[in-house]
Design a protein around this ligand. Structure first.
Ligand code: MOS
Length: 722
């Protein structure tokens, strides 16, 4: 039970986020956003803005900043703002006003007059379905459409036709925005060594790579710093418009530039989660055995086709054993803000559809929904012959059912005074992944060890993980570890995303620690050293031989070295040819729907997870609680409503609903712990995203249990339950 090391700084306001960095002479930039969804900018009258008090410069497609296509090893190309006069969505960055103060820049930005040649805009996924395009290959290279059929079966339609029980339905999910507490922002500063950018991001080395390519400068001259990140989960994976613009403006103005999005601007000038339409067909035997599973998905994406929300690939392919499987994944380019990763991309909206459909099948079969899931438990993803390395989903359901009191459930719900009460469940899954990561360890003469990597802690607890895994690997108490993150000058840590950071960085720490210990032992026994020629071992922060011991600090001092530095790297490898890897979980919730007002309130929640080894129980629990609340949010609150003209109708915190404390009951979390060392040496499988997976379906299934009303879209609103 370890409290997060950065907690006190965060809750006392001492944590410095990107925009908290102030330098003498800083100028302030404010973005101008488009007010049409599609067309061409005909002209921009910036005369009034330029002569407004304090204004230093006004940049636009007619007077552009020098920026080029950006790319990074992980993401490939990333869009940079203001490259031409095309407008692809409402709220797109089209101008950047720089002034002496933030207020002056904002005021002047309001004076910019834009004239457009407007073109018809396509902003609704439903309207765009006819123009759907095949998605590119999935993350593991799988094609957009994939069919696996049992021997002798001609087509998925045939498999469904001969299934004794068939459930077929279409589900839709809303566009969402990450709406992180810290709006996207940056402070950029050039000096003789090059550029330094302070900007909340999910991977400092990736951000530095994107900035250096956009600015066409040598990567070694760009330093990206992100010591604290006020929320991310995909929304700060790529470099933001303020960071690109501040960096480019600071270069030409030769002074530091700070830029931050307003809350309303965050909803359009960043990327968010796609809206989806998903059709699911399930065919089963009367005993519940799945015979056929078909999942066809359409997701919205921006005109730049930046991201596909992989609901079919990410979800249906892997969840259940079935003899016949057919999935397809299409994308629908719209005049809406670009789409990107958002916590459990694919799995979050995909599990709403699949796990609602499974519940519908259970009702059609008159079978307990847990029993139905149990009967179709998979030992390997269908169509792949690599078995799961470690899967204890049944145990998650056993433990969860017991703790939640599932046995008391009635198929028709129950009443409690004026409340209709229902319970629901759903499976959760999220693939266990790793990315390449390098970690540096510096043993210091004061007997402390620095464990550092450029990756980020966007609130996930990674900083504390570095300390704990570092301590364990170096056989030291955590107090003697100095963890460092969030600076591209540290060894490349890659992305804090994909629920990978603990497995990726943790494995690299173990490699680095083993190297550090080897080098220390070699140093101790080297000619002239205190254990010259002896058979030295290492334990407890000490080198030992012949009944004598020295701490590593004492040794370093004895040989007159201030420190010793090693790096260790790890990357996914051979394990991928041997097993399939995933975290699993069972979600439970109880929902109360008021008989007269029809408001739905979640009254109990429990999630039981099989996520390998849990490094820090307290932070892990918090991470899962946050994910489960995000799932309730998706189910009952959250959804960006885009008007026909492309303007978000609720792009602010007054009307983009998020759950508040009063919306959320006590959240139960339990881990069944089976370290998965087939996946990585640390045994952790990832907990960042799975907490949200399945929760929206569990809520919808509970609503159905309470009211008999099956709602096939999220968010579920009062009007759905009248
Ligand atoms: Mo995430 S959606 O992997 O930050």
């Amino acid at each position: 039970m370890t409290s997060r090391l950065d907690g006190p700084q965060k809750v006392t306001g001492r944590a410095e986020y990107g925009a908290d960095h102030n330098f003498p002479g800083t100028a302030h930039g404010y973005l101008v956003l488009s007010t049409i969804a599609h067309g061409e900018i005909e002209a921009m009258d910036v005369a009034a803005a330029k002569s407004a008090p304090g204004v230093i410069a006004v940049y636009s497609p007619f007077d552009p900043l020098e920026l080029h296509t950006a790319s990074s090893p992980l993401f490939g190309e990333t869009a940079v703002p203001m490259q031409n006069r095309e407008v692809d969505y409402y709220g797109q960055p089209i101008g950047f006003v720089v002034a002496e103060t933030f207020e002056q820049a904002r005021d002047a930005a309001m004076l910019v007059e834009v004239s457009y040649i407007a073109r018809p805009a396509l902003t609704s996924l439903e309207d765009g379905l006819a123009g759907a395009e095949d998605a590119p290959a999935a993350r593991d290279g799988a094609p957009p459409s994939l069919t696996v059929l049992a021997e002798g079966v001609e087509s998925i339609e045939d498999a469904l036709a001969v299934s004794p029980v068939v459930v077929e339905a279409t589900y839709t999910t809303a566009t969402q925005n990450h709406a992180a507490m810290e709006p996207h922002s940056a402070v950029a500063l050039w000096d003789a060594d090059g550029l330094t950018v302070y900007s909340g991001n999910q991977g400092a080395d990736l951000q530095a790579a994107e900035l250096s390519s956009a600015l066409r400068v040598d990567p070694s001259t760009v330093r990206a710093v992100n010591p604290f990140v006020g929320g991310a989960f995909g929304g700060k994976g790529r470099t933001s418009a303020p960071a690109f613009l501040a960096a480019a403006a600071a270069r030409v103005l030769d002074r530091p530039v700070k830029a931050a999005l307003s809350r309303e601007q965050v909803f359009t000038a960043t990327a968010g989660r796609a809206a989806t339409v998903q059709t699911i067909s399930l065919g089963a035997e009367r005993d519940g055995t799945l015979v056929a599973l078909r999942h066809d998905s359409w997701c919205s994406t921006g005109i730049d086709r930046s991201f596909v929300e992989p609901t079919s690939h990410g979800t249906s392919r892997e969840w259940y054993a079935t003899r016949n499987l057919a999935i397809s994944q299409k994308m629908v380019p719209l005049n809406v803000p670009p789409t990107t990763f958002m916590r459990a991309p694919g799995e979050a909206p995909g599990s709403f559809a699949l796990e609602s459909a499974i519940d519908e099948l259970a009702i059609a079969l008159n079978m307990d929904p847990i029993e139905l899931r149990r009967r179709n438990n998979s030992v390997a993803p269908p169509g792949k012959d690599l078995q799961w390395s470690s899967k204890h989903l049944d145990e998650c359901f056993d433990v969860g059912a017991q703790r939640f009191g599932w046995a008391e459930r009635s198929p028709d719900g129950r009443t409690d005074g004026d409340w209709l009460v229902g319970v629901g469940t759903a499976t959760a899954m999220f693939p266990a992944l790793r990315f390449p990561a390098t970690v540096g360890i510096t043993l210091r003469a004061d007997d402390t060890a620095v464990v550092g990597t450029s990756g980020a802690d966007p609130g996930t607890g990674l900083l504390t993980v570095l300390s704990l895994v570092g301590a364990e690997s170096l056989d030291l108490p955590p107090e003697r570890i100095v963890p460092r993150l969030g600076d591209s000058t540290l060894p490349a840590g890659g992305l804090s995303g994909g629920s990978t950071a603990t497995a990726s960085a943790g494995s690299a720490i173990m490699v680095a620690a083993a190297k550090a210990i080897d080098e220390l032992v070699a140093l101790a026994s080297s000619p002239g050293a205190p254990f010259d020629g002896e058979d030295v071992t290492y334990a407890d922060g000490q080198v030992l031989a012949g009944g004598r011991a020295m701490t590593f600090g004492e040794l370093l001092r004895a040989v007159d070295r201030p420190s010793m530095t090693v790096t260790g790297s790890s990357a996914p490898g051979e394990e991928l040819t041997k097993h399939s890897f995933s975290s699993f979980g069972a979600q439970f919730c109880e929902v109360r729907v008021h008989r007269w007002t029809r408001e739905a309130r979640v009254s109990r929640m429990l999630g039981v997870f099989d996520a390998g080894r849990i490094i820090n129980d307290k932070a892990a629990r918090s991470q899962i609680v946050g994910g489960m609340i995000w799932g309730v949010s998706a189910a009952l609150h959250e959804g960006l409503e885009i008007e026909a003209n492309g303007r978000p109708a609720n792009g602010d915190f007054a009307s983009y609903l998020l759950p508040v404390n009063a919306d959320i009951p006590d959240v139960g979390v339990h881990f069944v712990q089976y370290p998965d060392t087939l996946h990585n040496a640390v045994g952790a499988k990832g907990i960042g995203e799975i907490g949200t997976v399945g929760m929206a379906a569990a809520v919808a299934n509970a609503v159905c249990n309470a009211t008999g009303i099956r709602v096939r879209h999220i968010p579920i609103v009062i009007e759905d339950l009248l």
